[in-house]
Design a protein around this ligand. Structure first.
Ligand code: PLP
Length: 411
């Protein structure tokens, strides 16, 4: 690409400092600057090393199960009477979600850097399970920080991680959820820099994490691109993905960013309502701020105190969004919208019955928006939904939701 073409490419970011326009960057204590530079250098080198890529590709195929199918949702399409709907089946990845694409890439990088110890933090437990899994595969020590409240809500995933040989450390500070677990993981990293790599699970954090996580997840969009071309002989009209930190969404979107005919929508968690604390829609109530090393849209009060968030899906329940999404929103390249708890739960039920696919509650937010969208589009148009994960982990939460509804209805 020529230099001018590159400047006009939506793929040209971040700059050398990790900025996506005014967002991103690296806001960390002095002691972390050096390790982050080291990580960036190692990543840049690995990215250009055919041996690293070959090893990653081989394991994505044999261990993760890639390429994941692009599945035509026939009954869903017929029921909606609009655009043809395809699902990119990340729920079929080993461990049940897209998270392992990134954990695997980062664990290979950690080994290349000579690190013998892996740490991570997790909210719902999906990233913790993916990281415990790849650590076990390479025989590396793994410590996962998790808020005590989340440990209770996600007992099954705690058990899975421990079975895989990881040490799960309960975090008792603050709200005892994801944000507190991240702070604790940071503290660990600062004191064990020498032998430890910190695997961040979404397109968040200080540079180079948002770029690196995006690159590792972009395998989703690269596959979807050749799969839809093979299947339909043309580009899709609309891509839809749920947005927590934004890794599954940017993974699908990124390879299509310079195809102007492809529209894209990211779906945030609308939770229970529009009041601060009732949702996790950073683009609808958030403002510019810095959280966990990066500048982006953050849900905070007038004093800059990070606000509480809520979503029925733990994986979307976070106060900040990945900086590249903030930039793509400003540019108008990607549209962002929101779907509330009830609509997501309903969409989960619909997809399960239409297609025999029980999606994760996070994924169901994207499905819900696609249900609205498909009905308004023409039968010769194409939608791809990123089916980011499977819903087995959510059945307990769903049962509790139904029970609450019955109780409310009975009164
Ligand atoms: C973690 C998770 C998400 C949200 O994270 P992103 O980084 O926004 O992709 C979405 N879906 C599933 C199934 C998850 O496990």
């Amino acid at each position: 690409m020529t230099e001018t073409a590159e400047q006009h490419s939506f793929k040209a970011q971040p700059d050398a400092g990790g900025h996506f326009g005014p967002y991103g960057g690296s806001f960390v204590p002095e002691i972390l600057s050096h390790p982050l530079h080291e990580l960036e250098a190692a990543y840049t080198e690995a990215k250009q090393d055919p041996e690293f890529q070959a090893q990653l590709d081989g394991l994505l195929q044999e261990f993760v199960g890639r390429p994941t199918p692009l599945y035509f949702a026939r009954r869903m399409t017929e029921a909606l009477g609009g655009a043809k709907v395809y699902l990119k089946r990340e729920d079929l990845c080993h461990t049940g979600a897209h998270k392992i694409n990134n954990s695997l890439g980062q664990v290979l990088l950690a080994r290349r850097m000579g690190k013998t110890r892996i740490i991570a933090e997790t909210g719902a437990g999906q990233h913790g399970v993916a990281t415990a899994t790849v650590s076990a595969m390479f025989g590396l020590d793994c410590v996962v920080y998790m808020g005590e409240v989340d440990m209770e809500r996600q007992a099954l995933n705690v058990y899975r991680m421990r079975r895989l040989g990881a040490k799960v450390v309960g975090v008792t500070s603050g709200q005892r959820t994801l944000k507190d677990a991240i702070s604790e993981a940071m503290r660990d990293w600062v004191s064990n820099i020498q032998d430890t790599h910190y695997i961040i699970g979404s397109a968040l954090g200080a540079h180079p994490y948002p770029m690196m996580v995006r690159d590792f997840q972009s395998v989703i969009g690269r596959e979807a691109r050749w799969q839809i071309l093979e299947r339909e002989g043309r580009m899709p009209d609309h891509l839809v993905a749920c947005v927590g930190g934004g890794s599954n969404a940017i993974g699908l979107f990124y390879p299509f960013l310079d195809d102007p005919e492809v529209k894209m929508t990211g779906v945030e968690a609308g939770g229970l309502g529009s009041g601060l604390g009732e949702h996790a829609a950073r683009f609808n109530g958030g403002s510019l701020g810095i959280l966990q090393g990066t500048k982006t849209y953050v849900l905070q009060d007038a004093e800059g105190q990070i606000s509480l968030t809520h979503s029925v899906s733990a994986g979307l329940d976070y106060a900040a969004v990945g900086p590249e999404h903030a930039w793509l929103k400003d540019l108008g390249r990607v549209a962002y919208t929101q779907v509330g708890d009830q609509e997501a739960v309903d969409a989960l039920g619909k997809l399960s019955k239409w297609e025999g696919i029980l999606p994760a509650l996070e994924t169901a937010h994207g499905v819900a928006y696609a249900i609205r969208l498909a009905a308004e589009m023409d039968p010769d148009q194409l939608i791809i939904i990123n089916c980011s994960g499977r819903g087995d982990k959510d059945v307990q939460e769903l049962a509790a939701w139904e029970q609450r509804q019955q109780e409310a209805g009975g009164k």
